[in-house]
Design a protein around this ligand. Structure first.
Ligand code: DP6
Length: 339
């Protein structure tokens, strides 16, 4: 245990250093892939911003082959190189800084210039955030490149320090991120739910191409600080988590969908009541929502979830696919358990 004064927050580096061997081993190159994920019970709010420790536990579904590939290799110049989707980025761009700050936690004070090449195959039409899969893939690639030999729960906890939702992208299928209670956050990591649901589908509907004005990190901090509705969130999320988890195991789409939709709407209620208000919905988002509610009235079992943005994700089973494809022509479908 590192000695540190009581009440002083541990830094990422202090926590990570406890798991690193004294001498850094370096391979020539390493490759990794991590799926993107959609939360069914949302992570919304941090109890510790340095380590991204959440206020509540969350559950997600990973999106199979949709995600991030990261390739790390030694640089032949004496500078790092950061590439995203086949383009070299300036080292002072916000993406490069985020990536290199994370890499430095593992490279420590050793000056080993690296090429970090990230490719996202998340279709541009899907409107999904790539930071979860991006940090998880980077962590997996660093584990290989520096021969860290960390186990999956540690990889999940370390990915969480890059972006909270990345803790869940270490696994496929349904994933639960336990909020944990330990001060160093090492019990705040994800585990896979041991179940398969072959007919489960996610429909991605993009309603806008413009970048969201306020990112999740800023949005959740503003919500905690200013929304009077946030007080009820942790308790509600804990109840939703239990109900969603049991619906997953009993493959009950009505229970899962209703609870996931209510959870997303409750999160948005806390956002809308923040100041200045955070309204991520666009008129087009509402149009899709109304259409979904009409379909449900007509007996189609389909439910909505949304994150900090205007795009809609539908939750349903394969039986509903043809009806939904006819209604939403631009919908991108993911079957996480398809063989
Ligand atoms: C609404 O994981 O992007 O998508 O930890 O600050 O990087 P940071 O936040 P991030 O937040 C995701 C919020 C969400 C809900 C969720 O994915 O659980």
């Amino acid at each position: 245990m590192t000695n540190h004064p009581v009440n002083e927050q541990l830094t990422k580096a202090q926590v990570i250093n406890r798991y690193l061997k004294p001498k850094l081993a370096v391979k020539e190159s390493a490759d990794a892939f991590a799926s993107s994920n959609i939360a069914l019970c949302k992570y919304w709010g941090k109890r510790n911003g340095e380590l991204n420790l959440p206020v509540n536990s969350s559950i997600s579904i990973s999106l199979g082959h949709l995600g991030s590939h990261t390739h790390i290799s030694l640089s032949d110049t004496n500078e790092d190189q950061v590439r995203l989707n086949n383009q070299a980025l300036a080292l002072d761009s916000s993406f490069s800084k985020k990536v290199l700050n994370f890499v430095n936690l593992f490279r420590r004070d050793q000056k080993i210039p690296l090429i970090i090449d990230t490719r996202n195959n998340i279709p541009t039409a899907a409107g999904l955030a790539s930071s979860a899969s991006g940090f998880a893939a980077l962590m997996l690639a660093l584990n290989d490149f520096f021969d860290l030999q960390l186990d999956k729960t540690v990889l999940s906890a370390f990915s969480r320090m890059g972006s909270g939702s990345a803790s869940r992208s270490i696994y496929s299928g349904f994933v639960r991120w336990n909020m944990g209670v330990d001060e160093d956050g090492m019990d705040s990591c994800a585990t896979q739910l041991e179940t398969q649901w072959p007919t489960f589908c996610i429909g991605l509907i993009k309603v806008s191409t413009t970048q969201k004005p306020v990112d999740s990190r800023t949005g959740m901090n503003r919500t905690i600080e200013t929304s009077h509705l946030y007080n009820s969130w942790p308790q509600q999320a804990a109840e939703d988590l239990t109900s969603i988890e049991s619906a997953i195991f009993s493959q009950d789409i009505e229970q899962l969908g209703a609870c996931a939709e209510k959870n997303a709407m409750s999160m948005h209620a806390t956002m809308i009541s923040a100041w200045p208000p955070l309204v991520y919905w666009l008129p087009e988002s509402l149009a899709v929502m109304h259409k979904v509610w009409q379909l449900r009235e007509a007996g189609v079992s389909v439910y909505i979830t949304m994150d900090a943005g205007p795009n809609i994700k539908l939750l349903f089973e394969e039986q509903q696919l043809s009806v939904l494809e006819a209604e939403f022509s631009t919908m991108e479908v993911v079957r996480p358990f398809a063989k």
